[in-house]
Design a protein around this ligand. Structure first.
Ligand code: DX5
Ligand code: ZN
Length: 228
C-alpha cells in the first residue's frame, strides 16, 4: 500500500439549500476530496448540476474538488468545469469516441484527468491511456442515482485494474453503494479512493462516518498488502 486512503463524500446526497455549509462540514470532518456528480439526463437517466455549482463548491473549500462527468458529449464542457475550479475531471470511457484526445484535453487545462468505467465496461478499455490519467474510477453501481446497492461483481475488475496500474501514480476510485461494509471489500480488491454519498450525508455525525469509512478501508488495504 503506497497512496493514502482518500474519502470523497458525494454532494449528490447533501442538502443543496445549505451547499457551502455541507461542504465545509465534511471537509472539517476529515474528507480529503469533495466529489461532484454531474449528470445530463442523456448519458444517465438523471439531471443534476453544472459548472456554477462546481464554482460554489470550489469557493467553499480548499479540499480537492473531484468532478465526475456523466455527460455525453463531454468534450465541449471540459473547459467550463476546469474554469469553475475542478482539481480532477473524470470522464466516462463510454461517453467519448476519442478517449485519448479527451483525456489529453483535460490535462492540457492543468487539471488531473480521470477515466470512469461503468460496471459492464472491461478493464482493458483503459490499458492504452494509462499514461494519460491520474485516476481510474470503477463504478460499483450503474451511474445515475445515489443510494443504490454496491455491485460485488465489479471486484474482479478492480483486481485487474490494480494490477494494470501497478506502481504508476494513478488513484483507483470506487463510486456507488460505498459504506463501512462495502468499502473494505473494494479496498481489498485494490481501491484507494472511496466516494460515498448516502453513507456520509445520511449519517447523523458525518465526521464519524468518514472516520469509520477510512478506518475500515485502510485496515482492509493493510491486511491485503501484508498477504500479498
Ligand atoms: C452515482 C454517483 C455516485 C453517487 C454515490 O451515479 O456517481 O457518486 O452519488 O452515492 P451513494 O454513495 O449513495 O451510492
Ligand atoms: Zn460519482
Amino acid at each position: 500500500m503506497t497512496a493514502p486512503t482518500v474519502i470523497a463524500p458525494s454532494i449528490l446526497a447533501c442538502d443543496f439549500g445549505r451547499l457551502a455549509a455541507e461542504v465545509a462540514e465534511v471537509a472539517e470532518g476529515g474528507a480529503e476530496w469533495i466529489h461532484v456528480d454531474v449528470m445530463d439526463g442523456h448519458f444517465v437517466p438523471n439531471l443534476t448540476i453544472g459548472p456554477a455549482v462546481v464554482a460554489a463548491v470550489r469557493a467553499a473549500t480548499d479540499r480537492v474538488v473531484d468532478v465526475h462527468l456523466m455527460i455525453e458529449p463531454v468534450d465541449a464542457y471540459i473547459e467550463a468545469f476546469a474554469g469553475a475550479g475542478a482539481d480532477v475531471i473524470t470522464v466516462h470511457a463510454e461517453a467519448t469516441r476519442h478517449l485519448d484526445r479527451t483525456l489529453a484535453a483535460v490535462r492540457d487545462l492543468g487539471v488531473q484527468a480521470g477515466v470512469a468505467l461503468n460496471p459492464a465496461t472491461p478493464a482493458a478499455t483503459v490499458r492504452h491511456v494509462l499514461d494519460r490519467v491520474d485516476l481510474v474510477l470503477a463504478m460499483t453501481v450503474n451511474p445515475g442515482f445515489g443510494g443504490q446497492r454496491y455491485l460485488e461483481s465489479v471486484e474482479p475488475k478492480l483486481v485487474e485494474l490494480a494490477e494494470m496500474v501497478g506502481d504508476r501514480p494513478i488513484r483507483l476510485e470506487v463510486d456507488g453503494g460505498i459504506d463501512a461494509t462495502t468499502a473494505p471489500r473494494a479496498a481489498a480488491a485494490g481501491a484507494d479512493t472511496f466516494v460515498a454519498g448516502s453513507a456520509v450525508f445520511g449519517a447523523n455525525v458525518r465526521s464519524s462516518a468518514i472516520a469509520e469509512l477510512r478506518g475500515a478501508a485502510t485496515q482492509a488495504r493493510l491486511t491485503t498488502s501484508v498477504e500479498t
